[in-house]
Write a protein that binds this ligand. Sequence first.
Ligand SMILES: [Zn+2]
Length: 162
Amino acid sequence: MCEPCSGPSETTNTTREPNALPTTPGVCPVNGQPGMPVPGQTVKALLAVSLRTLGDTEYRFCADEQCAVVYFSTDGSHLFTSADLRERVYQKERSTSTVWVCYCFRHTVGDVQTADHTTQQAIITDIVQGIQAGQCACDLRNPQGSCCLGNVRTLVKAHPAA
Ligand SMILES: [Zn+2]
């Protein structure tokens, strides 16, 4: 069961190797922006590469569309790009119609962009009802590791039906 649309919670990880890369903990080593904490289970579920490559560390999610990094360890020493994942990542391809914006109930960017107002609302209702029914598995299916509903609502606002 997911927690709908909880914002990025602050995870504190103050331990740092003496010779770690000169990055701020929790900041993407490529674009320098803070990443959202992501459950370890999400990283394991979404990676297409051997999990033997995983570091024994917490990971964060880089949501910047211009940055190739999807997951990085909080100390910046490990990173995974879109090419390492089993799913295409909405945040990295926000305008690609075939990419999922809702990974649990299978709604694509194109579904939302091309829908009329009634259909857009029906998509949101479908997701809300799925969450209420305990049918979502955001931590295992959505690369961001949390509920998609905020992304769907933002996408609807950006593409209001005529
Ligand atoms: Zn990044």
